[in-house]
Design a protein around this ligand. Sequence first.
Ligand SMILES: C[S@@+](CC[C@H](N)C(=O)[O-])C[C@H]1O[C@@H](n2cnc3c(N)ncnc32)[C@H](O)[C@@H]1O
Length: 224
Amino acid sequence: MSIFERLALAGYTLKSDIVSVPLKLFGRGVRREIVRAAGPEPAVIVDLLTGTGSAALLYARRFPEARIVAVDRDPRILSFVSRRVEADTGKRIEILAADARDLMLPAGAADLVNISYGLHELKKLDRSLVLGEACRLLKPGGQLLVADYGEAGGIGRRFAMRFYFYFSEPRWVKELFRGGLERQVADAGFEIVTVRRDLPMTQLIEARKSDEPACAGAPHLRLI
Ligand SMILES: C[S@@+](CC[C@H](N)C(=O)[O-])C[C@H]1O[C@@H](n2cnc3c(N)ncnc32)[C@H](O)[C@@H]1O
């Protein structure tokens, strides 16, 4: 890798990992809670919008036998992710540089799809399309774990988060709050199992693809 590629990757990693800064400061253990919600022994795990692969790494540690596919549209970050996971766990994961709104992965192949701290970066239609793909990829009964920003409790913390969002996140991040993300997950064809709002800065949605799935993608498009 040339010095320019290294610099580009460092900049990209920093930007992509920026979500981790407040989480690292205030949300110790949140990621472990997310991975703990997975279960019991998923054979095929797909991590969509994997970014720097923090979730893929924890899944590789917890489920060494599982086949793990990390998906991101940026191939540079993906080679970093595969090296990171292999260096930490000795496990080789599969990486796919692709648009998570329209994947060339077979339907019904995954036991677990993870999407952590990525959906808030996408506009509503794109979020729906990614959730629709998650639904298509899962086996009937398969598990979806979505973790993303949640609203903090208490005026002080809420104000601090709004301040942080104002400068660092897209303006539509607030669409995820007050049940917005949960409704979008349900609209994509999932049954909501639990929603945890007790984790720092985070809402964690566990959902299942129903046995008679109707993966919706972007239901509001049907109106057009
Ligand atoms: C904030 S990062 C994800 C954070 C990561 N999942 C975590 O747990 O820390 C968002 C990632 O989504 C990727 N991304 C955005 N839109 C995408 C799309 N349509 N298809 C695939 N990847 C996408 C970006 O390249 C970026 O790496």
